[in-house]
Structures are given as structure tokens and as C-alpha cells.
Design a protein around this ligand. Structure first.
Ligand SMILES: Nc1ncnc2c1ncn2[C@@H]1O[C@H](COP(=O)(O)OP(=O)(O)OP(=O)(O)O)[C@@H](O)[C@H]1O
Ligand SMILES: [Mg+2]
Length: 240
């Protein structure tokens, strides 16, 4: 769905602070990196919110800060200033252990380059988030393996899989613990059209079933069409 002018208006006039019901709220995020002598500002005064169950797409040119922003929202990286709140809890001042618990319980991640654990099988990779959270659930793992159509591959290692199969495994792993929010950085970027469609359909189906919010960085216009809201970045800022 292309955002209507009225949606864009409301996105720019409603400040995150006035959206108390949002699942995820980030306020005035800033991030700098040190490059040689210089301090480069790569995220600038970003305000963003994501409602429960919402599908938000982040677009923008290469280098505009999309992956950096996603890492800040997912508390994989700390901002220099600003705060991120998930379900009413401020993440920016929690330590690494507390964040790990929240990531395991409430978040799912899909990376462009899959990030599967090479020595674990498909089934073990999918089970991994539940196992490290000490909540093993074979039935749930089997359900996900079937949902991503990998029953015949459950005992294969990642290097024995095609790119599409690896990404489907990564999607199943991201969703296995029924997270409140799933972050995906170009989840279809490495895939051919057929696999890209399958991966996207899967994310949308599972979102429908579990009510997880989705925050997806993509260059894919077809994907943006399906989003509830499209956020565009330019040079470290949100421009629409
Ligand atoms: N650790 C770092 N040190 C120096 N510069 C960095 C670092 N991380 C990111 N950058 C720079 O910050 C900017 C934003 O990077 P980011 O990876 O967020 O872009 P992106 O929008 O995800 O791009 P792409 O579409 O190519 O993935 C880029 O100019 C990048 O070179
Ligand atoms: Mg990126």
C-alpha cells in the first residue's frame, strides 16, 4: 500500500511522545562513529514509533543509516543519546544481560546474510532461541519447520541448503518464540524473486497468526506496497 498523504501528515505531526500506546518508541536517537580523526554523525535526531502488530518498512539509499537504526531499535547497539522503549520499558539504560533477556523473550531478528549457526541443523537452529531461553518446545519447532516448508531438510546443516532455504530457516528462528516484534534487514536481498516472495509471505502469514510487529529494511518496492507505513531515511534522518 502506498502511504496516503494523510498518513504521511499524521506520521510527521504525531510525535512519539504522544503515542503512549506504541509498542516501540524511540526518541531523539543520535549515533556517531569515529572515523580516523573525525566524528561522523550517522543517525540524527530520529524519532520513531511502531504499534503492536504493525508492519513498518524502512527505505532509503545505501549509506542512509537504515541498518544502524535497526540495530539501535533492536538494542543490538547503544545510541550516543536518545532512548528506546519497548512495551513501556526503557532499553537504553539496561546492561547487556538485561537486554539479552528482552531480546530472547520479545524480539526476533532476520539478517540479510542469514546468520545461521553453521554446526547446528535446520531444526536445531530454529529451536535455538527457545533452548537458550530454557523454554524448549518441540511442538512449536515442528510447527515452524512445516510452516517454512523444510520438513525434508530438518537435519541438514546450513551449508547444505540453498539461499532461500537458509533464509526460511532464519525466518522460522526469528518467529519461534512468538516475539512481540521482528526486525529484518533486507530479508529478501539475497534471494531470487520466487524465494523472496515466499520469505515475505511467510513473515506476513506468521505476523497475522502471532500479531508480531514487523520492522523491515528493504529496497523492494513490492514489499513496501504491503506495509502499513513506509519510513524513508536520508543521510541519517527520517525524511518521511
Ligand atoms: N562502524 C562504523 N564506522 C564508520 N562508519 C560507519 C560504521 N557503521 C556505519 N557507518 C557509516 O554510516 C552510514 C550508515 O550505514 P548503514 O549501514 O546504516 O547504511 P544503510 O542505509 O544500511 O546502507 P545499505 O543500504 O548499503 O545497507 C554509512 O555511511 C556507513 O559507512
Ligand atoms: Mg544496511
Amino acid at each position: 500500500m502506498t502511504p496516503l498523504a494523510s498518513d504521511l501528515d499524521s506520521a510527521t505531526t504525531i510525535t512519539p511522545a504522544s503515542k503512549p500506546s506504541a509498542l516501540l518508541t524511540a526518541i531523539q536517537l543520535n549515533k556517531t562513529v569515529q572515523v580516523g580523526e573525525q566524528k561522523l554523525s550517522i543517525i540524527k535526531d530520529v524519532d520513531i514509533y511502531v504499534n503492536a502488530g504493525e508492519f513498518v518498512v524502512i527505505m532509503g539509499k545505501s549509506g542512509s543509516g537504515k541498518s544502524t537504526l535497526l540495530a539501535l531499535l533492536a538494542a543490538l547497539d547503544y545510541p550516543d543519546s536518545g532512548s528506546v522503549e519497548l512495551a513501556g520499558q526503557t532499553l537504553s539504560n539496561l546492561d547487556e544481560d538485561a537486554l539479552a533477556v528482552i531480546r530472547q523473550r520479545d524480539m526476533g531478528f532476520v539478517f540479510q546474510s542469514f546468520h545461521l549457526l553453521p554446526t547446528l541443523t535446520v531444526a536445531e537452529n530454529i529451536a535455538f532461541p527457545l533452548d537458550i531461553a530454557r523454554r524448549p518446545n518441540k511442538a512449536r519447532v515442528n510447527e515452524l519447520i512445516e510452516a517454512v516448508d523444510l520438513g525434508h531438510r530438518r537435519d541438514s546443516l546450513p551449508n547444505q541448503l540453498s539461499g532461500g532455504e537458509q533464509q526460511r530457516t532464519a525466518v522460522a528462528r526469528a518467529l519461534v518464540s512468538q516475539p512481540k516484534i521482528v526486525f529484518a534487514d533486507e530479508p529478501t536481498g539475497n534471494l531470487d524473486e520466487q524465494n523472496a516472495n515466499q520469505v515475505m509471505q511467510l513473515l506476513l502469514d506468521l505476523r497475522q497468526k502471532t500479531g508480531s510487529a514487523l520492522v523491515v529494511v528493504t529496497h523492494d518496492a513490492a514489499l513496501a506496497e504491503m506495509a502499513d507505513r513506509v519510513i524513508t531515511m536520508h543521510d541519517g534522518r527520517i525524511v518521511s
